[in-house]
Design a protein around this ligand. Structure first.
Ligand SMILES: Nc1nc2c(ncn2[C@@H]2O[C@H](COP(=O)(O)OP(=O)(O)OP(=O)(O)O)[C@@H](O)[C@H]2O)c(=O)[nH]1
Ligand SMILES: [Mg+2]
Length: 170
C-alpha cells in the first residue's frame, strides 16, 4: 500500500478514508476557480481542464477530502468520457450552475444520484448576476427540490456555507 506523504500535493492518490467531491458544470462555470477559492491558492488550472485533476484539502469536521476537477459537461469525446469515468468514483458532486440553461446539469444530477452520489447544487459566479443569483437559485430549487448554495469564487462569497454543506452532506 502506498501512502501519500504530502496531502497538499496534487495527486491522483488519496488516503483510503478521504471523501471524493467532484466539481461539475459546463465549461467556464467556474469549477477550477472554486477549487482554488476553497483551497485558498492557485492550484487548479483556470484556463481549461482537459481531464480530471485531483486536489487534497482538509475540511474541519470531515478531515481529508479530495476535490476532483472535471472537464465541462458540454465537452465532447475523450474529455466527457473521462468526466463520466471520474463520476463513478465519487461520494459527492458539486453541480455548478452559472446560467439558466440547465438541461445538461439536470441530466447529470439524475445520473449521479442514480449512481449513489450525493449532490450539492451550487450557483456560481453570483457576482456577475444582478440579483446575486437569487432567481436562478429559486428556479433550481423548484426543479430539484434542493436549495442551492450561491457562491462567488472571485469575491469569496458563500464559501463558508459551501464548506458547511460539504461537511454535512450524507
Ligand atoms: N466574476 C467571476 N468570474 C469568475 C468566477 N469564477 C470563475 N470566473 C472566471 O470565469 C472563467 C472560467 O472560470 P474557470 O474556473 O476556468 O471555469 P471552469 O468551469 O473550470 O472551466 P473549464 O475548465 O473550461 O470547464 C475564468 O475567466 C474565471 O476567472 C467568479 O466567481 N466570478
Ligand atoms: Mg477548469
Amino acid at each position: 500500500m502506498s501512502i501519500e506523504t504530502n496531502p497538499e500535493q496534487s495527486s491522483e492518490m488519496r488516503e483510503p478514508e478521504s471523501r471524493r467531491f467532484g466539481l461539475f458544470g459546463k465549461k467556464s462555470s467556474g469549477k477550477s476557480a472554486l477549487i482554488n477559492a476553497l483551497l485558498g491558492r492557485d492550484a487548479a488550472d483556470v484556463s481549461e481542464t482537459t481531464e480530471p485533476t485531483y486536489q487534497a484539502m482538509e475540511i474541519y469536521g470531515i478531515g481529508s477530502v479530495t476535490l476532483v476537477d472535471t472537464a465541462g459537461l458540454d465537452s465532447t469525446g475523450k474529455r466527457i468520457k473521462k468526466t463520466q469515468a471520474a463520476a463513478e468514483k465519487l461520494d459527492v458532486a458539486l453541480m455548478l450552475m452559472a446560467n439558466d440553461s440547465l438541461e445538461l446539469e439536470l441530466v447529470w444530477m439524475s445520473r449521479l444520484r442514480h449512481n449513489g452520489v450525493a449532490i450539492i447544487p451550487v450557483i456560481s459566479q453570483i457576482d456577475k448576476m444582478p440579483d446575486e443569483g437569487r432567481h436562478l437559485a429559486a428556479a433550481v430549487e423548484e426543479v430539484t427540490g434542493r436549495k442551492p448554495i450561491r457562491v462567488s469564487a472571485k469575491l469569496g462569497i458563500g464559501l463558508d456555507e459551501l464548506l458547511d454543506a460539504m461537511r454535512n452532506v450524507k
